[in-house]
Design a protein around this ligand. Structure first.
Ligand code: SF4
Length: 297
């Protein structure tokens, strides 16, 4: 499913997702916390969707007058590995000219001049930075060995200086890996160089690829106190927006992104009924992750 949602993203509003990786996970990281299955990292996409195929799927969704604020470029993996990124973004800007374009990158996009040019066309760029310590970075993100963290941080700062849109950084905290104060002192220094608009701090809230766990909200609050170089946002799920899904749409969404019980709070009554029905038929399963219920296909 190339187009999915809309999903009420806690951080970016009502978002319609564009998956640039198709069915297969294609990423240059293999993060321990990934919500997709563990997979060997790759430097280039092996299965490449055509720009026309993506645009045709989007046109079909737009015809249904689906409400959303942001068109989010994401992937079953790293969206900047998509080789036709610039060409695609230029077309998307024509097709959905009144919507913001957001890309959710793991940060490696800054290591390639061609990808930087594509990112410059977006309204919002989100980069991940889970650690500013090379050793911890590899432990968490399990990146390809040719990816150097110090270069990435340097290039992120260069990108920020030229980018006229909003740069958001995301730190995901994994228990026992980057939840120490020393980690956050280093992250604070890196963020002081990058100067993002906002830093989103979160922990694992979806089933992870490896046997790791997250930290609680109190620990996130404590760690957030160590960052004074940028405003920190700790995502909380609360929204008045009600989302509507048919059974087919629910199955397609859950296949791509398990939804938590908090996400389901944003479903309208009919969508909840549909979910209940799918659960009764065994087409949707529930999963408990550290006390939070998830719905998954
Ligand atoms: S960068 Fe994203 S898609 Fe890639 S392994 Fe990490 S969490 Fe998964």
């Amino acid at each position: 499913m190339i187009i999915f949602g809309p999903v009420n993203s806690r951080r970016f509003g009502l978002s319609l997702g564009v998956d640039l990786s198709g069915a297969k996970k294609q990423c240059n990281f293999d993060c321990v916390y990934c919500e997709l299955e563990a997979a060997k990292p790759m430097s280039e996409q092996e299965n490449v969707l055509s720009v026309e195929e993506i645009l045709a799927k989007l046109r079909a969704v737009l015809k249904k007058s689906v409400k959303f604020d942001v068109l989010t470029l994401t992937a079953n993996g790293e969206p900047s590995l998509y080789p036709h990124l610039k060409e695609l973004i230029l077309e998307l800007k024509k097709l959905a000219s009144d919507k913001k374009i957001l890309i959710l990158s793991n940060g490696t996009a800054v290591l390639d001049e061609k990808k930087i040019q594509a990112l410059m066309l977006c309204d919002i760029v989100k980069f991940s930075l889970d650690s500013a310590n090379e050793k911890t970075f590899y432990k968490i993100d399990r990146a390809l060995k040719e990816i150097h963290l110090s270069t990435m941080i340097e290039k992120m700062a260069e990108f920020r200086a030229k980018f006229s849109g909003a740069l958001v950084m995301e730190i995901l905290v994994v228990k026992g890996l980057n939840d120490k104060e020393e980690e956050f002192v280093l992250l604070n220094e890196a963020l002081a160089k990058i100067k993002p608009l906002r830093v989103d701090l979160s922990s694992i809230d979806r089933p992870p690829a490896y046997a790791v766990s997250g930290v609680d909200e109190l620990r996130l609050l404590e760690l957030s106190q160590l960052i004074n170089s940028a405003p920190v946002f700790i995502a909380k799920k609360k929204s008045d927006v009600k989302l509507s899904f048919s059974k087919e749409e629910l199955l397609a969404t859950l296949r791509l992104r398990p939804q938590s019980e908090f996400d389901v709070e944003c479903f309208d009554e009919k969508s909840r009924e549909n979910l209940k029905n799918l659960l009764e038929k065994g087409q949707v399963k529930t999963l408990n992750l550290a006390g939070v219920k998830f719905y998954k296909v």
